[in-house]
Design a protein around this ligand. Structure first.
Ligand code: GLA
Length: 735
């Protein structure tokens, strides 16, 4: 890790373990250009990559045709409406109603450590673990200072980028667009053939991988739903045509934010690419008064020469070591049983205690009471906002229930949806103006609920108190924080005319503030975020909770694709994954209980079924699965992830694994989705092992060298029937 400034060449050079990132100051006017990002290079004198010496591209010497410079120069942070017709990174509405911005270099600082971003989640590290470069650019007409911030880490190949803007003028300026990252790069079609990889989905099928060609013009994904969303994901990667899991160039961009986002690539007339990521400009208009600063969330860039797998492992290491703060981040999580798919809204104290007793016998460690414990909520039409226990269901109250569960020997967890209000609730009847709505319009209901206007201090305080009081009232050790609808009818009675365009971002900041305060007040609480399954599974939320419910789809086969897309960029320790009952409640599929267990072992692991009602045969397998969790979870949580085969693309089987950092242990999961008739064994080439070590395969006792397992492969016999699976556990000899 290092950052230098070469004064002679006007080049900033940032080095991570295997990558370099170069920024250059061009022309006497001080334009800030992007020079290079990729595999490590030694020269800091690489300004030729910006092609500034090539006439007619020297703006100070070519006033007649400055536009040829502006529309081709690789801008590090492009302004707007001054000659660069590609996408801008920043746009404003100034006092005169104009949107032009043009940035030139003013100053810079290089220092150890990495400052936080006020009110926003961000990666962090000790002074000796990271270094930061801040470049101040300025628009001299607007008197607007834009600080581009770059941090590198000693132990992982990423660059964390963010941007903040300060209004140095005497008048308000409205920011109408502020991308966190813009990066121009060559993509000569004769040399590079990048595809765009994004994650798309819907409820119950989140984060499916999607590859597409990059054509001329603009290609984007985004969310204007007020959350990162089921549909598209705040992530994109450029994947070179020849890249595989373990080889080839991959550039990843991942947004540490939980609200609206835009991720876009623009292919230009000169075969360059302009990549951008940041808060979606739709519905965004932020008033920046004189002296005020606006900080945009950060984007994590990574370059991998080791294919998609290299990118995955960089993100996994970064998030495990430099983003998640929970005391649970490196701990085995209690195996939980959640009553949602077991009972839905139909439960009472006795029912929950029956589940707890049976769960205890099977080795499960925590009972989580899901939706339906408050107000008069017997279905999803009422009571959000009334966080008082329904004593008709929970006879004896919450404390009694929790004490009894504890007496049985289980921890206790609870579900909340704190950001919402049901029209049928005491809270809404008392404060109809607390819901987000456009005056004069009846807001759109979704799941028959409205969203609370958390930008109002009194609403935020009320929500905070409601959650905190419940948590103080009993020994509650886990919270599932849900959010079951998206934001529309954007209007706040609290914000003035000039500030309505701030609502979506202020809402996200308020959610962050709430979770920050709750986790500070209850430092030992295990928080799991959730949003109708996985609609707010993003790095922003990981700053507050070490795990996120991955999807409401608990079918083991559907989960293969969902978990493949999730594990592409998130550590396995963060993926909420449970064994549920069959036929599966989302797709009606029957799968073996063992396969449901094996697939859930790749995540946080738990159960979501009525343990008192499932078959004896299934129930009897739980203690074995519990034992597997205890045996393998340290490895799964801490190891390096390798994707071996993808059912998504081969339509027959899935295979992935984790290898311990010291390479002495590995666990691969093989799922035979479809049985292939009249077929020999499959030879599966593993990855990530130490070529020189000898490994013992636990199941067969056979011994193989690492290079044999990786280059020649290990045989896996066809199993009888579809949806079968097995674990391949390898330990280095002598261990
Ligand atoms: C969402 C969650 C589910 C469950 C329900 C309860 O859909 O994703 O796991 O908690 O809400 O209403």
């Amino acid at each position: 890790m290092n950052i230098i400034y070469n004064e002679k060449t006007g080049i900033f050079k940032l080095d991570t373990v295997h990558t370099s990132y170069l920024i250059g100051l061009a022309d006497e006017e001080g334009f800030i250009g992007h020079v290079y990002y990729g595999k490590t290079i030694s020269d800091s004198d690489a300004g030729y990559l910006m092609r500034t010496g090539e006439p007619p591209y020297v703006p100070s010497r070519n006033n007649r045709d400055r536009s040829s410079f502006f529309d081709a120069f690789p801008m590090e942070y492009p302004g707007c409406n001054t000659g660069d017709f590609r996408e801008s990174a920043i746009e404003v509405l100034d006092a005169g109603g104009h949107n032009a911005v043009e940035l030139t270099y003013r100053d810079h600082r290089i220092f150890q450590g990495k400052p936080g971003l006020a009110g926003l989640p961000a990666t962090f590290g000790k002074e000796e673990e990271c270094m930061t470069l801040e470049i101040d650019g300025v628009d001299k007409v607007l008197e607007l200072e834009v600080t581009l911030r770059y941090s590198v880490f000693a132990d992982v190949d990423v660059i964390a980028r963010s941007v903040s803007v300060k209004n140095l003028s005497k008048e308000s300026i409205f920011l109408t667009k502020l991308m966190s990252v813009s990066m121009d790069m060559d993509a000569d079609i004769a040399q590079e053939d990048y595809r765009l990889l994004t994650l798309h989905g819907s409820w119950a099928r989140e984060r499916h991988m999607d590859f597409r060609e990059i054509g001329y013009g603009k290609t984007s994904v985004g969310s204007a739903r007020g959350e990162s969303s089921h549909q598209e994901h705040p992530f994109m990667a450029l994947v070179s045509g020849t890249a595989t899991q373990e080889r080839g160039d991959v550039y990843g961009f991942h947004f540490v934010y939980s609200g609206n986002f835009l991720a876009q690539v623009e292919k230009t007339q000169f075969d360059s690419l302009r990549l951008q990521m940041g808060i979606h400009p739709k519905n965004f208009c932020w008033q920046l008064k004189p002296g005020e600063v606006f900080a945009a969330p950060e984007v994590i860039l990574t370059y991998s020469a080791e294919g998609l797998g290299g990118m995955s492992r960089a993100y996994h290491d970064l998030y495990r070591n430099h983003l998640i703060r929970s005391p649970y981040k490196d701990k085995k999580r209690p195996i939980l049983i959640n009553n949602w798919e077991a009972t839905y809204f139909d439960f009472n104290t006795e029912k929950l205690l029956d589940i707890a007793r049976e769960a205890k016998r099977a080795g499960i460690e925590m009972l989580v009471m899901d939706d339906g414990w408050f107000g008069h909520r017997n279905d999803d039409n009422s009571s959000l906002g009334d966080w008082q226990v329904n004593e008709e269901k929970l006879q004896g109250g919450l404390k009694y229930l929790v004490d009894e569960v504890n007496r049985i020997g289980l921890k206790f967890g609870i579900w909340f949806e704190p950001e919402m209000v049901s029209p049928d609730s005491d809270l809404y009847r008392a404060h109809p103006d607390w819901a987000i709505a456009v005056p004069g319009r009846v807001p759109c209901r979704s799941r028959n609920q409205y969203v609370l206007d958390l930008t109002r201090r009194e609403v935020l305080e009320h929500v905070y108190r409601s959650v905190s009081e419940v948590l103080h009232s009993a020994n509650i050790e886990y919270v599932k924080w849900d959010m079951n609808r998206q934001l529309c009818d954007l209007g706040s009675l609290y914000l003035g005319r000039d500030n309505q365009g701030e609502l979506s971002h202020r809402y996200v900041l308020a959610v962050y503030e709430l979770q920050e305060r709750i986790t500070r007040e209850f430092p030992d609480l295990l928080l799991e975020n959730c949003s109708g399954g996985g609609a707010r599974f993003d790095p922003g939320m990981l700053y507050f909770s070490p795990q996120i419910w991955c999807s409401d789809d608990t079918d083991a086969i559907e989960r293969l694709t969902i978990q493949e897309g999730t594990a592409l960029i998130y550590p396995l320790s963060t993926m909420g994954a449970h064994v549920s009952d069959c036929p599966n409640h989302t797709v009606g599929r029957n799968t073996p209980f063992s396969t449901r267990g094996n697939v859930a072992l790749a995540g946080t692991f738990g159960y979501e079924l009525d343990i008192t009602k499932i078959s004896e045969t299934d129930r009897n397998q739980i203690p074995e699965q519990v034992a597997l969790y205890h045996k393998y979870n340290d490895l799964v949580r801490r190891g390096d992830y390798y994707r071996i085969a993808s059912y998504r693309s081969n339509h027959f089987f899935d295979c992935y694994g984790v290898v311990a950092k010291d390479k002495k242990e590995a666990l691969f999961t093989f799922v035979q989705v479809l049985r292939r008739p009249n077929y020999h064994s499959r030879i599966i080439k593993l990855a990530g092992l130490d070529a020189a070590m000898r490994y013992r395969h636990e199941e067969t006792g056979k011994r193989y060298s690492g290079d044999t397992l990786m280059n020649a492969g290990i045989p896996v016999q066809e199993m009888w029937g579809d949806f079968q699976s097995k674990l391949i556990h390898l330990t280095a000899e002598g261990e």
